[in-house]
Structures are given as structure tokens and as C-alpha cells.
Design a protein around this ligand. Structure first.
Ligand code: BDR
Ligand code: CA
Length: 299
């Protein structure tokens, strides 16, 4: 499967790089400000593709969201984005500077291209705004973002949508096929220290384990529990292994103006409207043990 990974690494983004390097054919990595500044996101992406021996371009994208702000999640991922983990020195450089052009060109040149979006949706919204046919040319967008239940930044808003609600609104209404792995789904896939100990002893597995442990360390101080929902890997695995996930078509809207609800994804779930045509395939369930095993066997 050929993908572009649009990302703001980020510890769970970094885990997704590891999985993507073995499960997909990566056309390119596009970076976006989100968990960390664009500069750090791109720096991390370059270090990751080098460490994982990935042969694909890294294109630096939007440094601010569509409202001109640059929120971050340094309290979860660290100021550097990788929880202080230092990857080996390398000589990779970012390719080009026009992320929109890269996305549009790839959509023309690559058949059945999926975008795996695991950060704020700014880059993808900019591509849609520049060329409305982009959404129809790609196979679809598998995004980590939103929720059909609670949020994480606020009680109702999930980080990636909250960090650029206008972009999410553009993407969800673009007509593209969209698979949404929201918090209601990703909280069904959690790493624990005991599961990590059982992963194989390979270079890629050890990288994955280190990123997960750094997340456990932070979450332990914040929540008292050494476990982490594997948010971003879900968006990748829902695409590569769809039989392990249940998605249903639903109407989803993004709240842009609510005082308490900006960034919320409103998923139509009234039984009487269940048959309405949806704009999004919403992830509801995954087979937890099978997906955890899949990760172990991939590494
Ligand atoms: C999302 O927010 C980020 O902090 C994670 O990398 C993930 O993409 C989870 O809400
Ligand atoms: Ca992310």
C-alpha cells in the first residue's frame, strides 16, 4: 500500500514511522506543526527516516495552523517531541519547501494513494483548498483525530482536530474517503510495560519500545498509570489491516465557534439518522489482542 505520512512527531507518531517502515510503501513524509514546532517535527522526521533506513523524501509543511496559531503538546512529547530520546546523527535534508505542491503532484503520479494523517490537518486542507480535485484523486485519508465520545485537550476536543479545527472542517467536507480513528477507538489499543517486554529484540522493535516507554514515563507523572493509548498507529493499522477494525459511515461535523466546544467532532449517532449518508467512516471497534499481536509480529 502506497502512503504519504503527514505527521508532527511526537512519540506515537514515531512509533507509527516504525510500523509504516515495515507495513507500507512510503511515497513521502510531510511534516506539520502540532505536538512540536515545525522545525522540531521536521528534524525528528529526518532522524526517524534515517534511523529506519527509509528511502523517501521528507517535506516540511505548515508552521502555523489556518488561524495563524501554533499550539503544541510538549507536556506529553517533550519540547523536542521525542521525549529526550536522541537518534543517531545523519546527513538527511528536507526535500523542497512546497508541501502543497508535493501532495498535489503525488496525487497525480501515484495510483491509489492514501494519506495517513497523524497530526493537525493543516497541510491536507491547504492541498484541498488549492485543488478541489485532490480529494477525488487520492484513495482516501486515514486520520487519527476527533472522537465520538470524550476529548483529551478539552472534555470534548481531541488534540489533532483542536489544533486546527478549520483545517479539519475543510478535510471532512472535501468529499474524500475518510477513515477516522478517534479517541473512542484508539483508547481500545494500549501499550503496557509487560506487553513491551514481550516484543521481539530487533532494532525496530527496540526503537518502538523506547518511544512507548518515554510516553509511559510522562503519562505516569500525569495520570499515575504506566500505559499509553497507541493513537497514531491506529490510523495506519486501520488502513493496512481493515479486518481487525469496525468502521461505520456517519455524518461528522467540527465545532468551530463554541466557547467550550471548539475543536469537538460531532458524530451523528441518533438511531433515526443512522441511515443518513455520512461524510466519514468512523472507527468504533478494534480487536485489541489481535492488533497488539500484529504489532509484535511486524517488528
Ligand atoms: C494525537 O495528539 C498527539 O499528541 C498525538 O501524537 C496524536 O496524534 C492524540 O490526540
Ligand atoms: Ca501525532
Amino acid at each position: 500500500m502506497r502512503i504519504i505520512l503527514d505527521t508532527d512527531p511526537g512519540l506515537d507518531d514515531a512509533m507509527t514511522f516504525v510500523l509504516a517502515s515495515v507495513l507500507t510503501d512510503i511515497v513521502g513524509i510531510t511534516t506539520v506543526a502540532g505536538n512540536v514546532s515545525l522545525e522540531n517535527a521536521t528534524k525528528n522526521a529526518l532522524a526517524l527516516v534515517s534511523s529506519l533506513d527509509m528511502d523517501c523524501p521528507v517535506v516540511s509543511g505548515a508552521h502555523i495552523n489556518l488561524s495563524g496559531d501554533s499550539p503544541n503538546a510538549a507536556h506529553i512529547h517533550g519540547v523536542d517531541g521525542l521525549g529526550g530520546i536522541r537518534l543517531p546523527a545523519h546527513k538527511r535534508l528536507a526535500s523542497g519547501s512546497d508541501v502543497t505542491e508535493f501532495l498535489l503532484r503525488s496525487s497525480r503520479e501515484v495510483n491509489h494513494l492514501w494519506i495517513v494523517s497523524i497530526g493537525p490537518l493543516t497541510n491536507i486542507a491547504l492541498a484541498i483548498e488549492r485543488d478541489k480535485d485532490f480529494a477525488n484523486r487520492i484513495a482516501g485519508i486515514s486520520m487519527m483525530g476527533g472522537s465520538s465520545t470524550h476529548g483529551n485537550v478539552t472534555s470534548v476536543a481531541e488534540f489533532n482536530v483542536w489544533a486546527d479545527p478549520e483545517a479539519a472542517d475543510i478535510v471532512l467536507n472535501s468529499g474524500a474517503t475518510i477513515k477516522m480513528s478517534g479517541l473512542n477507538l484508539t483508547h481500545q489499543l494500549k501499550s503496557s510495560d509487560s506487553w513491551l517486554r514481550g516484543l521481539p529484540d530487533t532494532k525496530k522493535s527496540n526503537m518502538f519500545r523506547n518511544f512507548a516507554r518515554a510516553l509511559h514515563d510522562t503519562l505516569e507523572t500525569l495520570t499515575g498509570q504506566r500505559e499509553a493509548a497507541l493513537h497514531d498507529p491506529c490510523a495506519l493499522l486501520a488502513l493496512t489491516h481493515p479486518s481487525l477494525f469496525t468502521f461505520q459511515s456517519r455524518r461528522v461535523d467540527v465545532e468551530l465557534s463554541g466557547k467550550h466546544t471548539r475543536g469537538m467532532t460531532i458524530v451523528e449517532s441518533r438511531p433515526s439518522r443512522a441511515q443518513d449518508t455520512g461524510n466519514v467512516l468512523v472507527g468504533y471497534e478494534l480487536e485489541t489482542n489481535a492488533v497488539l499481536q500484529l504489532i509484535g509480529s511486524s517488528l
